[in-house]
Design a protein around this ligand. Structure first.
Ligand SMILES: [Zn+2]
Length: 402
C-alpha cells in the first residue's frame, strides 16, 4: 500500500479543507472505526479493544482510525469529562499510550467530538487544538477524500465528518457546559446556526455526489437507536439528508453497542460503532424496526471498513478480535437532487468553522455576499479563495495560488 503524502485540494469548494485527497495504491483500503472509548475506569476493556484493533490492522494493512466521539470520559483517575487543557494528560494516558500497537501507532486518527467532549468548559476547543500530526480534527465539519488506485480500477471514497452535538441537543438542552460552550462560539437561534450546519452537510454531500462511496460520520445516531433520535432536536433532519443523497453509510457512536441496518432499498447502511471501551448499554431498536440488520449489545469492540472497487464491507469486531457480523453495500451512483443553498454560509462563519482552522486571514465581503480566505500555512498550498452566492447558486474559486 502506498499513501501519497502530498495531498491536493479540490478547487471548487468553500473551504480549503474540502476534500483534500489522499491516494492509496492497493486493491483494498481499510479503516478502523471506534466510538466512546477514552474511559479510565474501564481501562482493561479499552486496552483489549486497542489490541484487537492492532490485530485487525496488521492483517488488513489499515490506513486510518476514525474516532466517532465521546473521546474522553470522567472516571478512574479523572474527575472531569473531556479534557481541561491543550496538553491534558489524557491525550497520553488514554490515547497515545493505549493505541500504540505496531500496526496502529503511526496511523492518522480522524476525529469528531461527542457530548462528553463538550461537558467541560472549552474542552471542545482543547481537543481541536491538541498538537499531534496523528490527531486530526481540523474543523467542526470537515471532509476527506481517499482515491484508491487498484490494479484495474480507480475509485473515490469521501468521508464527511460532522459535529452533531448542537443538532442533537439544540441551543439550551445539553447538560453541564454544553450550552455555555455553544454560546461562546456564537451558536444561537438568532444566528440560524442549526440551519447553517444542515446546509453545510447538504452542500458537502452534493460535492461528493459523483464518488463511488460517500460516508457521513458523526457522534449521534440518525437511525440506529430510535429513543435517541426522537429525543434529539434535529437528527431527523440529518436523516433526511442521508436519504436524499442515498449515501453509502451514516456512521455513529453514542449508543454503546455495535449495529447495522439497511435502508434506502439496501443502498444505505446505518452503522453504529459505540462500544470502544466505556460502560456497555442495553440494546436499542432502530427508527424503523423492520429494517434488516443486527445489533450486538453488552460487548466491547469496534468496526472495520474495507473498501474495494466492488463493495464497502463493515466488519464488527469484538474485544477478542472475533468478527461477529458484517454488512456491505455496493458502489453508489450519483443521485439527481439539488443542494439547498438558502442557509449556506461563508468559510468565515463560526457556525461551521473552527476559527483557528481558517488560516491567517478570512474576511466576509458583504457587498457581494462572499468571502475571502488566505492561508500561509507552509504545510499547505497557500491560496486565496473567493466565494460568491448568487441567488441559490453557490460559486467559489481560487483567485490566486502560490
Ligand atoms: Zn455520547
Amino acid at each position: 500500500m502506498i499513501i501519497d503524502s502530498k495531498s491536493t485540494s479540490s478547487r471548487e469548494t468553500e473551504s480549503k479543507q474540502f476534500f483534500e485527497t489522499t491516494l492509496i495504491s492497493a486493491e483494498t483500503a481499510g479503516f478502523l472505526l471506534i466510538g466512546d472509548w477514552g474511559d479510565d475506569q474501564n481501562i482493561e476493556h479499552v486496552k483489549k479493544v486497542a489490541d484487537a484493533m492492532n490485530i485487525q490492522a496488521t492483517a488488513r494493512n489499515s490506513s486510518a482510525v476514525i474516532a466517532l466521539g465521546d473521546n474522553f470520559y470522567a472516571g478512574g483517575r479523572y474527575d472531569y469529562e473531556g479534557v481541561k487543557a491543550i496538553d491534558d494528560v489524557k491525550f497520553e494516558t488514554l490515547w497515545a499510550d493505549i493505541y500504540n500497537g505496531s500496526a496502529i501507532e503511526s496511523l492518522p486518527w480522524y476525529v469528531v467530538l461527542g457530548n462528553h467532549d463538550w461537558y467541560t468548559n472549552d474542552s471542545n476547543t482543547f481537543e481541536m487544538l491538541y498538537d499531534s500530526s496523528k490527531w486530526q480534527i481540523p474543523d467542526f465539519f470537515y471532509t476527506k477524500r481517499f482515491q484508491i488506485q487498484t490494479s484495474t480500477s480507480l475509485f473515490n471514497a469521501s468521508f464527511i465528518f460532522i459535529e452533531t452535538d448542537l443538532l442533537f441537543y439544540g441551543y439550551q438542552q445539553g447538560s453541564e457546559a454544553i450550552p455555555a460552550n455553544f454560546a461562546k462560539l456564537g451558536w444561537s437561534a438568532a444566528n440560524a446556526t442549526v440551519e447553517k450546519q444542515l446546509a453545510w452537510i447538504d452542500r458537502a454531500l452534493a460535492e461528493a455526489n459523483n464518488d463511488q462511496y460517500v460516508f457521513l460520520l458523526g457522534h449521534h445516531p440518525t437511525f440506529t437507536c430510535v429513543s435517541h433520535v426522537l429525543e434529539s432536536v434535529n437528527m431527523l433532519s440529518v436523516l433526511e439528508l442521508v436519504n436524499k443523497w442515498k449515501i453509502s453509510a451514516f456512521v455513529n457512536g453514542h449508543q454503546h453497542s455495535l449495529a447495522y441496518y439497511y435502508t434506502n432499498d439496501n443502498n444505505t447502511l446505518q452503522i453504529q460503532s459505540g462500544a470502544g471501551g466505556t460502560s456497555l448499554a442495553l440494546p436499542c431498536a432502530p427508527v424503523n424496526s423492520s429494517a434488516p440488520g443486527k445489533e450486538l449489545a453488552q460487548t466491547y469492540g469496534f468496526s472495520h471498513l474495507e473498501l474495494s472497487s466492488s463493495a464497502a464491507i463493515f466488519d464488527f469486531v469484538d474485544e477478542n478480535s472475533n468478527t461477529v457480523f458484517s454488512a456491505s453495500v455496493s458502489p453508489r451512483r450519483p443521485v439527481d437532487v439539488k443542494v439547498n443553498c438558502e442557509f449556506l454560509t461563508s468559510a468565515c462563519d463560526s457556525s461551521i468553522h473552527f476559527k483557528r482552522a481558517l488560516g491567517d486571514t478570512c474576511a466576509n465581503i458583504p457587498a457581494i455576499d462572499g468571502f475571502l480566505c488566505y492561508s500561509n500555512d507552509s504545510a499547505k498550498n497557500s491560496e486565496v479563495l473567493l466565494a460568491v452566492s448568487i441567488g441559490i447558486i453557490c460559486v467559489s474559486f481560487v483567485v490566486w495560488k502560490i
